[in-house]
Write a protein that binds this ligand. Structure first.
Ligand SMILES: *Cc1c(COP(=O)(O)O)cnc(C)c1O
Ligand code: SF4
Length: 353
């Protein structure tokens, strides 16, 4: 008998458009057209069932099922400028006291709006990162100001518990005090948050001062009793659960929907943390709205939400110049300039106007 563990669910996911689109009962003509798209497909089966049940107009479908709109190649290949900064082994060190750690390029799902969609799945990107880890540790030794390591990717929870523990121990020995995981797993492959994983998190809370799990979730359709159950288990531990949401055109660009999502997350002990303005990525432009539109939605959201259910609305300045607040209470229109993380003026590309 097949084992009902998360690895099996991961392995049995739909990995190509033909199998996913046939399962979703999309016509052959449409399938043939969608097959010409240059972007890969990956959707776990349990999630695909939910997508099918919700139908083509749903937020779930639009986020994970390929669309011919991806043919539009306007926009940027590397919208937030990670390629520029990624020169320290597997680390992106952009803010003084914290660094992103990228141990994998794999994800448990492929989101059609992903800002890394032109970067993650290049064949040259699929490689074994282990040899670079010494370089990573060496960098940390020379930069004692780094206190927090943020596991990102890809999705770091595709790594085995053992591998995560090995990395975490090495970081602890290198003097890192805080650790964070950015993941979509609890939403798209909730089987990952099993008893062993909970035990691993417990061990981490014993050796780190702060442990954080940041859950990527965009719409109330993504919530489920499974997510509720895993967050309840995690919330028993001395760690913080926070959320990350991308503001996406035709998915969640509506204050009432966002309010519902954030209120439900709070009920699950997940604190709304960031609402990201979408990055103008090539192949994902159909999810983009401009800053004036985003600001109006956020303004509405503020009017109907208590502060504790309100995430920061933020945007990534291009060319690796960091995140900044995207809400401006003085005008809807975007002046075209932001102050970057170093206090310099950054002129933004026209996509944001
Ligand atoms: C977003 C990001 C972080 C984390 O920023 P927080 O504001 O602490 O959530 C760290 N490093 C990089 C490179 C980032 O893009
Ligand atoms: S989980 Fe994140 S990194 Fe992975 S495809 Fe989705 S948006 Fe991109």
């Amino acid at each position: 008998m097949k084992q009902d563990n998360w690895q099996t669910h991961f392995k049995e996911a739909f990995k190509d458009s033909t199998s996913l689109l046939s399962f979703l009962e999309i016509s052959y003509d449409q399938q043939a057209a969608l097959k010409t798209l240059p972007y890969p497909v990956f959707v776990p089966r349990e999630l695909a069932k939910k997508i099918k049940q919700k139908g083509p107009d749903s937020a779930l479908w639009k986020q994970f099922v390929p669309s011919m709109k991806e043919e539009d190649q306007s926009g940027l290949k590397d919208p937030i400028g990670d390629q520029v900064h990624q020169k320290k082994g597997q680390l992106i060190h952009r803010y003084q006291n914290r660094a992103l750690f990228l141990p994998t390029t794999k994800c448990p799902v492929i989101c059609r709006y992903c800002f890394r969609k032109n970067e993650l799945y290049d064949s040259q990107f699929h490689k074994d990162f282990s040899p670079q880890f010494n370089e990573t540790l060496h960098y940390l030794k020379n930069h004692p100001e780094i206190e927090e390591i943020i596991f990102s990717g890809g999705d770091p929870l595709v790594l085995s518990d053992q591998k995560i523990w090995q990395y975490a121990q090495a970081f602890r020995e290198a003097g890192i005090k805080m650790i964070r995981f950015h993941t979509r797993m609890p939403v798209v492959l909730w089987q990952r948050i099993d008893a062993e994983f909970i035990a691993l998190m417990k061990k981490l809370t014993e050796i780190f001062e702060v442990v954080t799990i940041a859950i990527h979730v965009n719409h109330s359709e993504e919530l489920s009793d499974k997510l509720c159950r895993v967050s309840q288990e995690l919330a028993k531990l001395p760690l913080q659960l926070i959320s990350q949401t991308v503001l996406l055109k035709s998915i969640n660009d509506e204050a009432q929907e966002l309010k519902k999502l954030f209120t439900e997350l709070v009920k699950m002990r997940i604190r709304p943390y960031y609402l990201h303005h979408p990055d103008p990525v090539a192949g994902g432009q159909h999810f983009c709205l401009n800053l004036a539109e985003g600001r109006k939605i956020y303004h509405q959201l503020r009017r109907i939400s208590p502060g504790w259910a309100l995430p920061h609305y933020i945007i990534d300045i291009s060319e690796g110049r960091g995140k900044t607040l995207a809400y401006n209470s003085e005008s809807w229109d975007f002046s075209g300039e932001f102050i970057d993380k170093d206090g310099e003026i950054a002129k933004m590309t026209s996509e944001f106007r």
